[in-house]
Design a protein around this ligand. Structure first.
Ligand SMILES: Nc1ncnc2c1ncn2[C@@H]1O[C@H](COP(=O)(O)OP(=O)(O)OP(=O)(O)O)[C@@H](O)[C@H]1O
Ligand SMILES: [Mg+2]
Length: 327
């Protein structure tokens, strides 16, 4: 029997059955993602064991169960530290796990904090303001057009064609709507009008490499101008993806790698960028817990386009994590 590898995750079906809505559970995993990871681990000679959410991990740890490694893709449900919960618990028990540590996951989930660090690294990210309540709206002094999004969500939640703001009236109504709906601060930043890329990265620190830079091309039928929730949910019909390797895409890739290394992200993930009005790729956000559905998630799609199979992706993630565990 190979090494026992636990898998932590948040199943969408589990939360839907608990009464949460489609949107509240949008970031969570489908059964087929867990099947894909477990299947790849078994093919690689490991013994996968499904654990589930942090609330399912804790009783098993308390009962004395241990794993040689935990493959962690749990995003958590509550609080800005939701993605940090499983890694923090595993650190307490000194159980090695895949992907980033609790601090990196917490900073990356909160796009405002992430942008402060990115800016401090001297890397391009749009100027921004954080709106915590309607009283903060009048203090936003940035040139239009602007873009508004919930500060700590993913999977395009809260992102539609109306996220682009043409003037103060739209800023006011959009911020109020997002504050009310998501019960968290709103990130308001300068609108990036140019090409959009998502860079897939495998590895840690100096060992990190970009596997590919994928350009996101919206079709005519897509919601215009943004890679929105609706465009992501129906990407098969609305979005074209292609690997881009021109000079501009390479520039995006270099910036993405610098962000990845600068923040201390580990094993594998993605960085999302868009060109500003001067043609400079700016970082929008980073995804140190990127989706891993074999056919539908961006990172596996990038790998497939770059000739890296899903099993090979999982192998590289596990090897990168095990290298750290031995160190
Ligand atoms: N400042 C901006 N200017 C223009 N478009 C933007 C800006 N910020 C975000 N977008 C658009 O909204 C999309 C989603 O934004 P972002 O990547 O921050 O959200 P997300 O929900 O965390 O994404 P993911 O699905 O990668 O987790 C981007 O892919 C881009 O199309
Ligand atoms: Mg994104």
């Amino acid at each position: 029997m190979g090494k026992k590898i636990g898998i932590t995750f948040d199943l969408r079906s589990y939360y839907l059955s608990q009464g949460y809505s489609e949107v509240e559970t949008a970031e969570f995993d489908r059964e087929s993602t867990i099947d894909g990871i477990a299947g790849a681990l078994a093919e690689l000679g490991y013994t996968p064991e499904r654990i589930g959410a942090v609330t399912q991990l804790v009783p098993r740890l308390a009962a004395g169960e241990r794993w040689e490694l935990v493959f962690n893709i749990a995003e958590g449900m509550h609080g800005f530290g939701r993605e940090s919960q499983v890694p923090a618990v595993l650190d307490a028990y000194r159980i090695p796990y895949t992907f980033s540590d609790p601090v990196v996951l917490g900073i990356s989930l909160h796009k405002g904090w992430a942008k402060r660090v990115i800016r401090d690294l001297g890397l391009p990210t749009p100027d921004f303001a954080v709106v915590e309540s309607p009283a903060d709206i009048a203090a936003v002094r940035l040139p239009y057009p602007l873009f508004a999004k919930p500060i700590a969500e993913g999977t395009g939640k809260g992102i539609t064609a109306a996220s682009k703001l043409g003037g103060p009236a739209e800023l006011e109504s959009r911020c109020r709507e997002l504050l009310e709906r998501f019960r968290q601060p709103v990130l308001v930043e300068r609108f990036l009008p140019g090409r959009e890329y998502t860079v897939g990265i495998i590895g840690t620190g100096n060992e990190a490499r970009a596997v590919g830079t994928m350009e996101v091309l919206l079709r005519r039928e897509a919601e215009a101008g943004v890679y929105s929730y609706a465009n992501k949910e129906n990407s098969e019909e609305l979005v074209d993806y292609r690997l881009a390797a021109d000079a501009q895409a390479r520039r995006a890739q270099d910036t993405a790698l610098a962000v990845w290394r600068g923040l201390g992200c580990r094993d594998a993930g993605r960085v999302d960028l868009r060109d500003d009005e001067h043609g400079v790729p700016n970082v929008m956000e980073l995804n140190p817990l990127a989706g891993l559905h074999p056919e539908h998630s961006d990172l596996p799609i990038i790998c497939t386009l770059a000739g890296v199979s899903y099993r090979e992706l999982i192998r590289r993630i596990v090897d990168s994590a095990l290298l750290r565990a031995r160190g």
